[in-house]
Design a protein around this ligand. Structure first.
Ligand code: 6LW
Length: 540
């Protein structure tokens, strides 16, 4: 098991040193309890759903769903389960993943990462093509293999290695047509199925039984799942058996974790997760959840994010999770040394981000249309637009906090180039520089379902402008700098970019884009977040 590695003790001094780019979080309760530290959820912020985690050689590795975005399956590393640093993606080559014209919120669903006998495995689904596959690597910082397909359907596949056997588990229907958590044995070197597909659990009664993972703890094999659908009724449920391949009995206390009865609380939809034991023997659940925008406004637009919740196996062989089975946004724990500091990055620029780690494309990009410099991005627009189920010239970062100021200087040679706050092709707000018959203009366009409307156009004296987007929980505000003066373009509500309005499984991306045949230059990009603090103000 990995050891939690202590970091420098958090002090007033390093709180201010980290000001602009990072902030330390565990500063709230120093002195109150020598051995208690404060953890703030989500630990990975923005659209990073369906987390799966493993431990290898003292470090933790975590993967998430990526849907229609490329590269696929973001990969994170951590020393302590609190601060996660992205180190790569598992699907970096078009040969590994078919994404052409796949629908938004299709593509790459719920991956699992496992480490077995020196090799990492990542198993996932291409939901659009209904195919399950895994890739592997012996070097976590290197490339992953080509896909190995497995002859078992369903979604949310996972692997379980036990005494020379490899079990492949997903949720779907078995050879008899019984729906539930389905298992077969495979040959891990070839992916070949070695046994019939049979259902090992039909769940605790909630709808959408999914996200299975198997663990052995003591004498029990545990099957952890999600039920209730990935919305406000989401939950984590548990079953156990004395063998890995059947006989699973439902926990009498299911669901073991849910916020479905915490109406009005900011953290909702908690479920789908994976267990990990730290170096001190404590169990933790990395799982998804989302942050609703206001106490009585049941919308979320930042996507489903990754949360950390403490878990304990009890003497009767079942499990207690979180605070009486619920997830808190902020909680104190004495499980970790108070020398740890959870870090949050608050400023993103071209200089302090990495193109192939932080940024991503819509489906497989036409690489010739992107020139990714240290201080400058050059995009070549095509006739594919943000409204198409295709690969427009677009590169984006996930929106990670509600409150942000985003600005970028944009120079376009023709057509249109701008910043988009993008949920999907039918739900995005754009602010752009566009060529007109007589010159140039700055525009604000809202795209909400069937309504596609240019709300404001302001003539520009030049082909270049700095565009600004300000975000808070409820609104985006769009502006343009003209001769150093900020001119307001308009505002639009965040809720129309939410999952409740747009549907689907993703979250808002901050995209830079070009369309119409042109070459556009982007410089001085900044996305600066403000921290949200406090837990209880949205408690019902
Ligand atoms: C995923 C399913 C889920 O496959 O959402 O929350 C789906 N759970 O398990 C897509 O992310």
């Amino acid at each position: 098991m990995g050891r939690i590695v202590g970091k420098e003790k958090s002090t007033e001094h390093n709180k201010s040193v980290v000001n602009q780019v990072f902030i330390g979080i565990n500063v709230g309760n120093e002195g109150e309890n020598e051995h208690s530290m404060r953890i703030e959820n989500p630990v990975i912020r923005g659209f990073y759903p369906d987390p799966s985690v493993c431990e290898a050689q003292g470090k933790y590795y975590l993967v998430c769903s990526s849907m229609q975005y490329f590269p696929g399956v973001p990969l994170f590393e951590s020393d302590d389960l609190l601060t996660w640093k992205q180190i790569g993606h598992c699907l970096t080559r078009p040969e590994q993943i078919e994404l052409n014209h796949i629908n938004s919120s299709g593509g790459v669903f719920a991956p699992t990462i496992r480490y077995h006998e020196g090799r990492f495995y990542m198993v996932t689904t291409n939901d659009t093509l209904h195919r399950n596959f895994y890739v592997w690597t012996d070097n976590i910082y290197g490339e992953w293999s080509d896909p190995v397909f497995v002859d078992q359907g369903g979604i949310d596949p996972t692997l379980y290695f036990d005494q020379g056997h490899t079990y492949f588990i997903s949720n779907g229907s078995d050879d008899e047509g019984v729906a539930g958590i389905v298992q077969c044995e495979i040959d891990i070197t070839t992916g070949e199925r070695l046994s019939p597909r049979h259902t090992i659990w039909t769940g605790s009664g909630g709808r959408y039984l999914e996200g299975p993972h198997i663990y052995r703890v003591g004498n029990w094999y545990y099957l952890l799942c999600a039920e209730g659908g990935t919305e406000y009724g989401h939950m984590v449920t548990l079953a156990r058996s004395n063998r890995p391949n059947g006989g699973y009995a439902s926990c009498p206390f299911n669901p073991v974790l849910t916020n479905r009865n915490l109406g009005g609380y900011e953290v909702q939809g908690v479920g789908h997760g994976d267990l990990i034991q730290d170096g001190y023997g404590n169990w933790w659940l990395l799982h998804l959840g989302f942050r609703q925008i206001e106490k009585y406004l049941t919308y979320h637009h930042l996507g489903r994010e990754t949360f950390l919740t403490p878990v304990t196996f009890t003497e009767d062989g079942w499990m207690e999770a979180g605070e009486k089975g619920t997830v808190r946004k902020v909680f104190d724990t004495d499980r970790l040394p108070d020398t740890q500091a959870q870090q949050k990055k608050m400023l993103y620029t071209f200089a302090n981000t990495t193109w192939d780690l932080d940024w991503c494309y819509l489906r497989i990009p036409h690489q010739d249309n992107y020139s990714l410099g240290q201080d400058k991005l050059i995009l070549t627009g095509t006739n594919v637009t943000l409204d198409d189920v295709d690969s427009p010239t677009f590169i984006g970062l996930r929106q990670k906090e509600f409150t942000a100021e985003i600005r970028c200087q944009i120079k376009a040679a023709a057509g249109e180039a701008g910043i988009t706050m993008l949920m999907d092709e039918n739900h995005h707000y754009d602010v752009a520089v566009r060529k007109t018959a007589t010159g140039w203009e700055a525009l604000e366009r809202l795209n909400i379902g069937d309504i596609k409307s240019v709300e404001k156009q302001i003539p520009l004296g030049a082909d270049e402008a700095t565009l600004i987007v300000r975000a808070d929980k409820l609104r985006y505000t769009f502006a343009v700098l003209i001769h150093g003066e900020e001119v307001m373009l308009g505002t639009a509500q965040t809720r129309y970019l939410s999952s409740e309005v747009a549907g689907g499984f993703t979250g808002v991306m901050i995209g830079l884009y070009a369309c119409g045949f042109n070459r556009a230059e982007f410089t001085n990009f900044r996305c600066e977040y403000q921290s949200e603090s406090g837990d209880e103000k949205m408690m019902a």
